[in-house]
Design a protein around this ligand. Structure first.
Ligand code: GLN
Length: 472
């Protein structure tokens, strides 16, 4: 078990622990937990060098950042200068990025050390890591089950205590769903709150970057560090909206709507139990909770699976077999030359999305699919706006089920259905968080809290409170 990030940072500052030891410990844990297959590549030499430099600076009394000497793991779709960035796709096997993601830069400026890149569904298409071109990650609680996806390697690594925290991306649920399956806290911010610069694009109108942590307060610290306006991403919001630890307050009263539509989707008994328990405990604390209907919500999944492939087909067009996928190591390039074209390089799911996306954007079908989906998206956005004029927050399950068995989804559609409760927040750009509620038959159950756009500080304040209440 790792201490909280604040305690860990304090121990490092006081010289009670050495960063080099923490980094070595992480590598040892990666080795010890190899069977779970959470990691694609490690950055051993650079991480140890950075740790040594931080230990020396701390010893000489330098004032360093808030995460000085703390190791972390990044999903493999964050560009890092050190090591490889593959997005778990053969197309990018052995790819070395020429620049680094803003989120990684911001964490490094605070002294955090990236030690490894974690497994994911290739290009973040999926909900189980089974779409990784390399291997499937196992769920920390049951190796026959998936950890969720697409940030499955990140979530499982944190749940297995390999590293104190991880960062991931959420385009349709990829932080919240694996967080729920692995029993950790997953935060997806308001669209535009965290810079997407240097993060491999999936669906640009819903891509967001967030944290995977053991506690809400760790998540707040990470989000405080990585959120804010960035001149390298023109879609980032003004920094006045950023997560700010100082703006996290105690929430005593709030009106919380229980999303009615999410109760109809054949919830697992354990998920219903987790939700009911949370609702009851919140009511006992004096929060106002009542069912609320958002009539367009049942359309969100269909809308997402039209718009997302459309954007994917456009974003993946840059992998033309010429410009990306080559490393500075020519022998490796030669070795992997088979994968350096679209036919051999893209896996089944990427190809499926390219075809669907191209289809819905093509002349003759554009009006019937893409345009219609955009119209319904606007309706969903407006319905949320109306609901948030009456309620401060919404509550519901994160996923209808607990972690499912590997190879148990018989069709892509069955897999897509797992995202039914997460995609709406992405379509409307809303902040949302998954919190672990209970264990059922040794499998974690999560619940989801959602707030209006730019209410990240309020949502995290509530989440902190809910986490506390659930402990009692
Ligand atoms: N599971 C969803 C999908 O496959 C979400 C992916 C994500 O958020 N990156 O599209």
């Amino acid at each position: 078990m790792w201490p909280s990030l604040k305690d860990l940072a304090k121990d490092l500052r006081n010289g009670q622990v050495k960063s080099v030891d923490l980094v070595n410990k992480t590598f040892q844990l990666i080795e010890d937990n190899k069977e779970y297959k959470t990691i694609i590549s490690v950055q051993k030499d650079s991480a140890l060098k950075k740790a040594q430099a931080i230990d020396e600076a701390l010893k000489s009394g330098h004032k360093l950042g808030r995460l000085a000497g703390i190791p972390f793991i990044a999903k493999d779709n964050f560009l890092t200068i050190e090591g490889y960035t593959t997005a778990a796709s053969n197309v990018l096997k052995n790819f070395r990025a020429p620049y680094q993601a803003t989120a990684i830069n911001l964490l490094e400026e605070e002294g955090a050390i990236c030690v490894a890149k974690s497994n994911m569904d290739a290009f973040a298409h999926g909900s189980s890591t089974e779409n990784s071109d390399f291997f499937t990650t196992s769920n920390p609680f049951d190796q026959e089950r998936v950890p969720g996806g697409s940030s499955g390697g990140s979530s499982a690594s944190v749940a297995l205590n390999i590293a104190p925290f991880s960062i991931g991306t959420d385009t349709g649920g990829s932080i919240r769903q694996p967080a729920s399956f692995c029993g950790i806290v997953g935060y997806k911010p308001t669209y535009g709150l965290v810079s997407r610069s240097g993060v491999i694009a999936m669906a640009s109108s819903t891509d967001t970057i967030g944290s995977l942590t053991k506690s809400v307060s760790d998540g707040i610290l990470i989000m405080d560090i990585i959120s804010g306006q960035d001149k390298l991403d023109s879609t980032t919001l003004d920094s006045q909206y950023k997560v700010d630890s100082k703006r996290i307050t105690k929430v005593k009263k709030a009106r919380i709507g229980i999303i009615k539509e999410y109760l109809d989707y054949g919830l697992d008994d354990s998920v219903r139990k987790g939700l009911d328990l949370t609702i009851q405990k919140l009511k006992d604390q004096g929060f106002l909770l009542e069912p609320v209907s958002i009539s367009s919500l049942p359309l969100a999944l269909a809308v997402y699976y039209v718009l997302c492939p459309a954007e994917v087909s456009s974003n993946l067009s840059r992998y033309d077999g010429l410009r990306y996928g080559y490393s500075d190591d020519q022998s490796k390039d030669l070795e992997d030359s088979y994968f350096k074209n679209r036919t051999n390089g893209f896996g089944k799911e990427a190809k499926r999305r390219i075809m669907i996306g191209t289809y819905v954007l093509s002349s003759g079908y554009y009006e019937a699919y893409y345009k219609k989906a955009q119209l319904v998206r606007t309706k969903i956005i407006n319905d949320f706006k109306e609901v948030f004029s009456k309620y401060d927050f919404l509550i519901g399950p994160t996923v209808p089920t607990v972690a499912f068995k590997k190879n148990s989804k018989n069709s892509p559609l069955e897999m897509y259905l797992n995202d039914i409760m997460t995609v709406a927040a992405n379509l409307a750009g809303l902040p949302a968080i998954s919190l672990p509620v209970l264990m059922n038959d040794n499998l974690p159950v999560g619940i989801q809290l959602i707030a209006n756009q730019k209410k990240d500080n309020e949502l995290l304040s509530l989440a902190l409170e809910v986490e506390e209440i659930l402990k009692s």
